[in-house]
Design a protein. Structure first.
Length: 309
């Protein structure tokens, strides 16, 4: 099979008019170019180059092949230009997916900092259910995802990295006039077994958060009286505000609904983990690494604020 590089060589010889000039354009020695011409003539089984005291000229066969070499050169130049444009775009691109709590508390300060550092960044954010985060990054549809896990850590496929950002403890949300709120001032944790006689607002059955809740109350030795189930911590807190029951809610998801208060749970406290998911190889999307660093900083500040409360 003939080498397409031979066509480019002939195009350069025709353009520059000498083997020496073609050699310089290719970064080769004249001797190396002479050898390549000889090899091309053997491969194509035709004389291709006429050498003379004033340089080199192509035979009709050489000119024919040189025209195809010129097309290859033009296509290479176009490919180089398009690739440079693509890489430039990728270097500024950041496609982020996250569920509600990090979208409210982690992403805004990190995005603000990113805009100050890279005002020309091409950023998009979309709502994402945690169970789809790893899949979306692995498929290349997202550059970064923030997801949650409860008791089971994510098991990423090859070429995907999952890093834990913070531990988000569960707290109990109570009506603000609840007797337990009076008996346990802020800073005095409640044991889960103290809530055995309460009515509960819980996450829907089948969700990882609900499975964690079910294990927790079983370990505490009681079967909860569940009055309402929802997929949303925000809805759960709104219902607690009506006095219908109590709920376990992640600390990050607290919304301070009027008529509610919250207390920490005694150790061992159930919690969820927030993770950032990225491709392992990020050389073409450098803003991913920048944004992960910013998310780490935000997560650290949130954790420090919780410790001070």
């Amino acid at each position: 099979m003939q080498d397409p590089g031979q066509l480019r060589l002939l195009a350069l010889i025709e353009r520059h008019g000498s083997l020496a000039a073609a050699a310089q354009a290719l970064g080769l020695t004249p001797a190396a170019v002479t050898q390549q011409v000889a090899r091309a003539e053997r491969d194509w089984q035709a004389p291709l180059v006429l050498r003379g005291p004033r340089g080199a000229a192509l035979t009709p066969a050489g000119s024919l092949l040189a025209r195809h070499g010129q097309v290859i050169d033009e296509q290479l130049a176009q490919a180089t230009t398009e690739l440079a444009g693509l890489l430039g775009h990728l270097s500024l691109r950041l496609r982020v997916g996250a569920f509600q709590a990090p979208s409210v508390h982690l992403l805004p300060p990190a995005l603000t900092a990113l805009r100050h550092r890279h005002p020309d960044a091409d950023v998009s954010v979309e709502d994402l259910q945690s169970e789809h985060g790893v899949e979306e990054v692995a498929a290349g549809r997202l550059d970064l995802a923030v997801i949650a896990s409860w008791d089971k850590l994510p098991d990423p496929p090859p070429r995907v990295t999952v890093e834990t950002l913070l531990l988000d403890p569960m707290v109990v949300v109570l009506p603000d006039d609840h007797p337990l709120a009076a008996r346990h001032p802020v800073g005095a944790p409640i044991r889960l077994e103290e809530l055995r006689d309460e009515s509960w607002v819980t996450i829907l059955a089948g969700h990882a958060a609900r499975e964690q809740f079910d294990r927790g109350v079983a370990d505490a030795g009681f079967t909860p009286r569940i009055r309402f189930q929802t997929a949303s911590y925000a809805v759960a807190q709104a219902l607690v505000g009506t006095g219908i029951g109590v709920a376990l809610v992640s600390r990050l998801a607290l919304t301070d609904v009027p008529g509610t208060t919250h207390r920490e749970l005694a150790h061992p406290r159930p919690h969820r983990r927030l993770h950032v998911v990225t491709a392992t190889e990020t050389s073409l999307t450098p803003l991913v690494n920048v944004f992960v660093t910013l998310l780490r900083d935000v997560a650290e500040r949130i954790t420090e604020n919780w410790a001070e409360e």
